[in-house]
Design a binder for this molecule. Structure first.
Ligand SMILES: C[S@@+](CC[C@H](N)C(=O)[O-])C[C@H]1O[C@@H](n2cnc3c(N)ncnc32)[C@H](O)[C@@H]1O
Length: 282
């Protein structure tokens, strides 16, 4: 096992992958049907297992994201199915779930929720799992992403409370939401082109890039929030590095107010809490 892992890690390192050792262990664990922690105590892999491992390492050496190869990623301690066509949930996005739970601490709050650009459904599922009387919509313009979101809602037993719809930004005719989540695309085209191959060559551009200034989706969302937020509702919006002031302006021009900017674990302002003016403290 150690020899197999060392050879694979050398190959991934040569392909420019920093997490070469860990990735090799995760992929070998997948081939052996074990957890990564159990790999070192395993018997030597069989010839068919080694053949499968070889195929997976070749994919990873081609800079395919690890989560697409294993087919899952953990978010908010729940396992989400992912694959080509859907954004892999990122740890910093959990900031939005924390912010909603802090704002609505009542466990049985019957929240009406909208998740715009739901992707894998990670935000909507995490909140519905925490608030058993909440229900809502997950919207995405990507059919592929919605297939994953539907699978994930069913996997977590949430499909009766999560309606997943193909639409641009907003389900027609729906309004008065208590909570709106959105982690929209917010990279500039240039940032997207300069991102690592795992992102640029494999993850969907529509999930990440938002025009020359990275703010195209934010402009659309300001109008959607203004139309669909309930009287005392709040929108929880993920933003990119250095975008806070510009988005504050965009929301202000849509008649909305920035209540708070919440940093992620790296102390970068990551989640903006937005509401209607005069309905809460700044
Ligand atoms: C950054 S991803 C977020 C995915 C997921 N919410 C998460 O946090 O991992 C942005 C999502 O917005 C979707 N999207 C892009 N343009 C859209 C539009 N016009 N209407 C609805 N969804 C859109 C993309 O398909 C993608 O799934």
């Amino acid at each position: 096992v150690r020899e197999t892992l060392a050879g694979a890690a050398d190959r991934l390192r040569a392909a420019g992958i920093e997490s070469a050792r860990l990735d090799s262990r995760v992929l070998l664990a997948q081939c052996l049907g074990l957890s990564p922690d159990a790999v070192f105590a395993a018997d030597a892999p069989s010839a068919p297992q080694l053949e499968t491992f070889e195929r997976l390492i070749a994919r990873r050496a081609g800079r395919e994201p690890l989560a697409y190869i294993t087919g899952r990623r953990e978010f908010w301690s729940l396992s989400f199915a992912v694959g080509p066509g859907v954004l892999i949930p990122r740890p910093e996005t959990e900031t939005l779930v924390e912010a909603v739970l802090a704002e609505y601490p009542e466990p049985l709050a019957p929240l009406r929720v909208l998740d715009i650009g739901t992707g894998s459904g990670c935000l909507l599922c995490a909140l519905l799992a925490e608030r058993p009387r909440a229900s809502g919509f997950g919207v995405d313009s990507s059919t592929l992403a919605l297939d994953f979101a539907r699978r994930n809602a069913a996997r977590h037993g949430l499909d009766a409370r999560a309606r997943l719809l193909e639409a641009s930004w907003c389900p027609a005719g729906e309004r008065d939401f208590d909570v709106i989540f959105s982690n929209p695309p917010y990279l500039t085209e240039e940032e997207f082109e300069l991102s690592p191959p795992e992102i640029r060559d494999h993850e969907p551009r529509i999930a990440l890039a938002a025009g020359p200034d990275g703010l195209a989706a934010m402009r659309a969302l300001g109008l959607v929030f203004a139309r669909t937020l309930g009287h005392a509702g709040l929108a929880f919006l993920e933003i990119g590095f250095g975008q806070c002031d510009k988005i504050d302006e965009i929301m202000g021009s849509c008649g909305l107010e920035l209540r708070r900017a919440i940093p992620d674990l790296s102390e970068v302002p990551r989640c903006l809490v937005i509401g209607r003016p005069g309905k809460g403290g700044a």
